[in-house]
Design a protein around this ligand. Structure first.
Ligand code: APR
Ligand code: MG
Length: 277
């Protein structure tokens, strides 16, 4: 492989990416996102991703999840729309067609329910963010697309590359490049010193802190990426800006302590950061 250019990114990356909203803008201008996932026991994952999406400025967000999860997902968050999915039917396809961007994976699971949604989303030609179990399913049916952002943690990356996690961690730089070559699109390799590869460059984002090592913080990141794509950033810019926003929000939240920090503690900071112009 030719050596790609390596660039360091941080807070300064945010300026100029998200212009202030026009005085006469309406919710349709800010983009519609459908977030898909949340099999039994994992409703919280789609709730976190979709709330992050709203707090990052998406105009309208719909969640597609198990029908039983509606109350949990809408609890204290009536702004979210909801479509219950038992079987993948026309109603589900219409929610995929409605969106500008799809976020698939938080809490999706690897059972038939999640697999059927994975197949349905795979038929769509929209830009999409694949996270968590969507990546585990992709590792079983590998393919290459330019229109997606993949957000593996080292364990998911190892499955996608069919190697062990130690190999990924030994050379994270090689791993993210290899993932991008094989799967296309934009690939983000999570962990301290997140790497983003868009095929042309590898971006190193030395942001965030170990306070992020708690359940749900990754789900928040996939929601931010979806919202930024919906607001018109290209896949690469949206991914880099989202990683910076997520990491900077974590650094603010960690002022009260890394231990005990929760994924939802990022929300008020995300809102401030997406208003950085
Ligand atoms: N320093 C900086 N950033 C960190 C650190 C650290 N020490 N530890 C974690 N992070 C960041 C990662 O870069 C990533 O953005 O926190 C986020 C963690 O994301 P995930 O590993 O996806 O964690 P989580 O949200 O709990 O995932 C939920 O989905 O991916 C599956 O197996 C995962 O079941 C779990 C679920
Ligand atoms: Mg995750």
């Amino acid at each position: 492989l030719p050596e790609p250019e390596v660039k360091r990114v941080g807070y300064e990356y945010l300026a100029g990416n998200l212009a202030a909203r026009a005085r006469d803008s309406h919710k349709g201008d800010s983009g519609r996102v459908t977030v898909i996932g949340g099999d039994y026991g994992m409703a919280g994952a789609v709730r976190l991703a979709s709330e992050a999406c709203l707090r990052s400025g998406a105009g309208l967000v719909t969640v597609v999840s198990r029908p039983e999860h509606q109350l949990t997902i809408n609890s204290n968050r009536p702004e979210l729309m909801f479509r219950g999915c038992e079987l993948v039917d026309m109603e589900v396809y219409s929610r995929l067609g409605w969106a500008k961007v799809l976020v698939l994976g938080p809490g999706l699971g690897k059972q038939d329910w999640g697999y059927n949604l994975f197949k349905a989303v795979g038929l769509s030609d929209k830009p999409m963010v694949l996270d968590a179990d969507a990546l585990n399913l992709l590792s079983q049916e590998p393919r290459r697309e330019t229109r997606w952002v993949l957000t593996p943690h080292p364990g998911e990356a190892a499955r996608l590359l069919a190697v062990d996690v130690e190999q990924v961690e030994q050379d994270r730089f090689a791993a993210v490049r290899e993932l991008q070559q094989r799967y296309g699109g934009v690939v983000l390799l999570k962990g301290a010193g997140t790497l983003i590869c868009d095929g042309d460059c590898v971006y190193v984002a030395p942001v965030g802190n170990p306070g992020l090592a708690s359940g749900g913080c990754g789900d928040v990141l996939s929601g931010i990426i979806g919202a930024l794509i919906a607001q018109g950033l290209d896949l690469s810019r949206a991914t880099i800006a989202a990683v910076v926003i997520h990491g900077e929000a974590a650094d603010k939240a960690a002022e009260d302590g890394e231990r005990g920090m929760l994924a939802s503690d990022l929300f008020p900071w995300i809102r401030r950061l997406v208003n950085t112009v």
